[in-house]
Design a protein around this ligand. Sequence first.
Ligand code: SF4
Length: 181
Amino acid sequence: MKRCHTITIKFKKIPNEELCNIAKQKSGVKGARIISPSNVVTAPWVRLKCQFGCDGYGQCLVCPPFTPTPEQMRKVLDSYNRSIIMHFDPETDVKSTVADLEREIFLRGAWKAFGLGAGPCCFCKNCPVKNGQCKHPERARPAMEACGIDVFSTVKKAGFPIEVVRIRRQCPNYYGLVLVD
Ligand code: SF4
C-alpha cells in the first residue's frame, strides 16, 4: 500500500515585479501590468453585447449564459487584491496562455489564481453545452467580456491601447487577466 508523506512547503507572496516577469516570458505577451481588481470595470450592458449580436452566445460553456453575470463578477473581483493584465499579439492563443499562467502562479502559492481570456472557446469542434461537462476543464477559461467585464474601459484605465475595430484589415488588440490573490 502506498503511504503518503507529509511535505511542508513554505510559500511567500509573489512580488509584483516577479509576477510581471513570469507573464512577460509567456509566448505572445507584449506587455503586462499589475492592477488592482477594483480598477477592473464591470457593467450591465456588457451582457447585452454577448446576448444580442454575438453568434457565440450559448454555444460554449465558457460563454454566457453559463458564465457569471456582471453583478456576480463584481463580487468575485472584489474578493481579490491583485491581478495582472496582459496585452497579447493578435496571433496568440490567449485562453491557453492565461490558463498556463494561472497554473504557474498557483503552484508558486497563489491559491486563488484564476485566468480570464478573450473571445469564445475553440478547443473543441462541438461544445457539450447540453450536458454541461467541459472536455478540457484544465484550460477552458471564460473571456473577460463573457463575465461582464468592460474590457475597453479596463484596458484604457491600465494604460494599454485599444480601439474599436472598424475594418477587417485593422489589427485588433487582445487582452487577458489573471486574478492573483
Ligand atoms: S474546452 Fe471544449 S468543452 Fe470546454 S468550454 Fe471549450 S469548447 Fe466547450
